[in-house]
Structure formats: structure tokens, C-alpha cells
Write a protein that binds this ligand. Structure first.
Ligand code: NIG
Length: 382
């Protein structure tokens, strides 16, 4: 079945030849984009949606979330807003709740959070393990994540579980646990930060994952300067996420690499960190992505529109730069060419706004502007 979405006032495609098309139309055929261009030249389709001048764009590509969890950390958030610092230690609270939850409870949480994201225009979503931290709990997290997410990442090296020996746990995360989870995931990630895993431990896990054919991602430079960015670039990681505290040499390393700097502004706001210097990264020639980092500890939002508005209002990105980072940038961070772009052959992931221009995403922050969503060609009207 094909659908012609026509009378779009403005269509952001991210395609270098098509650019932003005014008076546009798109034809979706099954799970693919069949045609993109000016409405007056559009072919017929089985059905038709009149967008009445609204703006369209590719669905958001949210390349960093942690959705396999149970429980809630409202009290920790309240303490933070009263002046307590965010530390990696809070992860242990979610680990205990997640281990105690049944599969159906974890499934219900995943279903709810992914549906919430899709209703706000997210059409491609990555999520991670990392709240299990035993072989069985990490395998369970990966299996459940794969039922709902487009991309799944192994994050056994999220925190050394309370009471465990750091080097023995790193051996487990780089050995038996990795072997058990690897068949269920495409990516491996490490939280390389003071209070989590140091450079040598992070390198051990990442090299073991690469040797097993997994793509690499790194949580780095979140709470202070550190080795995360340098390590990610050295090992050819697809993405280094957070990038809140960067040195000049971190920026240069990213600019001279294929590693995407994935920025998580909702997390920086929720943990009272400074916002990352997106302008400096882009001006230096680095590729950036914006992602929600939806998780119950440091960033409990799935709103990519909030991240885009923050990037424009507070991080000196233009609206087109922020939209690109939240769509094509996310696709690049996941090394995908089929999402984050609207051109024939791409996945049929389309997001329509109840606004004449995508500029309204920053001009009207906090307003739920999503009017219609197609994910892999399936309509998901909010
Ligand atoms: O990306 N930094 C490490 N992991 C998550 C936080 C997880 C938590 O606090 O539960 C993050 O911010």
C-alpha cells in the first residue's frame, strides 16, 4: 500500500540534492520512501493525506537511550535540584530494581517509553543494557530491548556492581558476559568516567567487543575531562556520547575522525552540568548528533523536540543544524544510511508538525507539535 502525503509547506529532507523543498510531497510505499519532490509533480498513490501546509521532516533518530529499567529515582532528582551532585553511584538503585522486576514488567516499561517516543516523532531508537550487570540479567536486558528498539547496545561496563572487585568485574564484562550478550546486540559501550571505568578497563572491554565483531560506542567526558573521547577516536568508535567537558585536543581529535560527538543536553540540564559546546565542535568540523539519553537517573525524557529547542536556544545551533543533528546525525552515530533522511529508498520514517515551518520547534518550545508520524511506513498518529 502506498500513501501520498501532499501539500507540505516545507519538507526537510537532509538529502544533499533535494535540501529543503517548499510546496512538497512524499510518497511512502510499504516501509520505504518511493518519491520526494514538488507536490505538483507527485505521482498517484493508493491513499492521500493532505498536510494543509504543515512542515515535514525525517523522524527523529534517538541514538542514545537506556530503556530497560524498572523503578524510579524521583528522590535522587529532588536531592540534585536541592544541590546534591549527580554521581554514577545512582545507577545501582536502578540495577537493584531492574534485577527484581519480571520480564513482563520490563517489557511494559519498554513498550510505554518507546510508544511515548514515537508519539513525539522518534522513528529510530537505540537502547542499552546496563541495569542488569550479571550475565543472566544483561542477556535478559538485551533480548527484551531487541523486541522494541531498532538498535541494541551492550553496556555491561556501566558500573562496577556494589561489592564487586573492579578488575574481576571488568574481566567478566570483557569475557563471559560479553560472549553471552554479543549474539543479541550490534554495539558495545563503556561508561569511561571517574566512579565507573578507567581508561585501561574501558579499553579492555572495548577491544574485546571489537574482536567479537561489535561496533563501539563510549560514554565519555560527561562529568569532567577524561580519556573517553581520545579512546573512542583511537578505537574507531561510531560515537562518543555526552562530550560535556572537552579539551582543545578532544575537539581536534573528533574533527579529524569518523567518530560522532553525540550531545545529550537534557541530561546536562537534569544533572546541572554545563551544556556541551556544540558550536565549537561544528565549527571545528566534527559531526554531532543530538539524543535524549532517556533513563530514570540522569535524563528522564524521551523528547527529541526538547533537545532540539535547547540546542537552538542555549547551544548556539541554527534550527537546521539542530534538526540535522537529531536526524541524520543520529543515523551517522548508528552508522546507518537508511534513516534520518528522506529520499527514494530510505526507510519510510516521516514526521509532520502542526506548524508551517520546522523553526517552530525552537520558536514554540514545550508545545507538542507532532501532528503525524510514520515509522517504517506504519502510521502512528499522536
Ligand atoms: O548516560 N552515564 C551513564 N549512564 C547514564 C546514566 C544512568 C543513570 O544514572 O541511571 C547516562 O547518563
Amino acid at each position: 500500500m502506498s500513501v501520498l502525503v501532499t501539500n507540505l509547506g516545507e519538507l526537510t529532507t537532509n538529502d544533499p540534492e533535494l535540501g529543503v523543498v517548499s510546496d512538497a510531497a512524499v510518497v511512502l510505499d510499504g516501509d520505504r520512501v518511493a518519491w520526494v519532490g514538488k507536490a505538483k509533480g507527485a505521482p498517484e498513490a493508493d491513499s492521500r493525506v493532505d498536510a494543509e501546509g504543515r512542515a515535514g521532516l525525517p523522524g527523529w533518530v534517538d541514538s542514545h537511550t537506556h530503556l530497560v529499567f524498572a523503578g524510579d529515582r524521583t528522590a535522587e532528582f529532588g536531592a540534585r535540584m536541592a544541590g546534591e551532585p549527580y554521581t554514577a553511584g545512582g545507577i545501582a538503585v536502578t540495577v537493584a530494581a531492574t534485577r527484581a522486576a519480571g520480564d513482563d514488567q520490563l517489557r511494559a516499561g519498554l513498550r510505554k517509553h518507546v510508544a511515548e517516543a514515537v508519539a513525539q516523532g522518534t522513528t529510530c531508537i537505540e537502547t542499552k543494557t546496563g541495569y542488569g550487570l550479571t550475565v543472566a540479567d544483561e542477556v535478559r536486558s538485551a533480548r527484551l530491548a531487541a523486541e522494541f528498539a531498532d538498535e541494541v547496545t551492550y553496556l555491561g561496563a556501566h558500573l562496577v556492581p556494589p561489592g564487586a572487585d573492579p578488575d574481576e568485574y571488568t574481566d567478566l564484562a570483557a569475557g563471559e558476559m560479553l560472549d553471552a550478550v554479543a549474539p543479541h546486540v550490534r554495539w558495545a559501550d563503556v561508561f569511561c568516567e571517574t566512579g565507573a571505568f578507567d581508561e585501561a578497563q574501558s579499553r579492555r572491554v572495548l577491544k574485546a567487543a571489537a574482536a567479537r565483531g561489535l561496533g563501539l560506542r563510549v560514554h565519555g567526558n560527561q562529568l569532567g575531562p577524561g580519556p573517553g573521547v581520545r579512546l573512542a577516536v583511537e578505537l574507531g568508535a561510531a560515537s562518543v556520547d555526552h562530550c560535556t567537558h572537552l579539551t582543545e585536543s578532544d575537539v581536534d581529535a573528533l574533527a579529524g575522525s569518523d567518530t560522532v560527538a553525540t550531545l545529550l543536553p537534557a541530561c546536562d540540564l537534569s544533572t546541572r552540568q554545563p551544556l556541551p559546546d556544540a558550536r565549537r565542535l561544528l565549527d571545528a568540523g566534527a559531526t554531532i548528533a543530538l539524543a535524549s539519553n532517556c533513563n530514570p537517573g540522569s535524563s528522564y525524557t524521551s523528547s527529541m523536540a526538547f533537545c532540539v529547542a535547547t540546542a537552538v536556544l542555549q547551544m548556539r545551533l541554527s534550527v537546521p543544524e539542530a534538526i540535522r543533528a537529531a536526524t541524520l546525525g543520529g543515523a551517522q552515530a548508528l552508522r546507518r544510511t537508511d534513516v534520518g533522511i528522506l529520499r527514494p529508498g530510505a526507510r519510510a520514517d516521516l514526521h509532520l508538525l502542526d506548524a508551517p515551518s520546522a523553526t517552530h520547534l525552537a520558536y514554540r518550545p514545550g508545545i507538542p507539535l507532532t501532528w503525524a508520524v510514520w515509522r517504517s511506513g506504519s502510521p502512528a498518529r499522536p
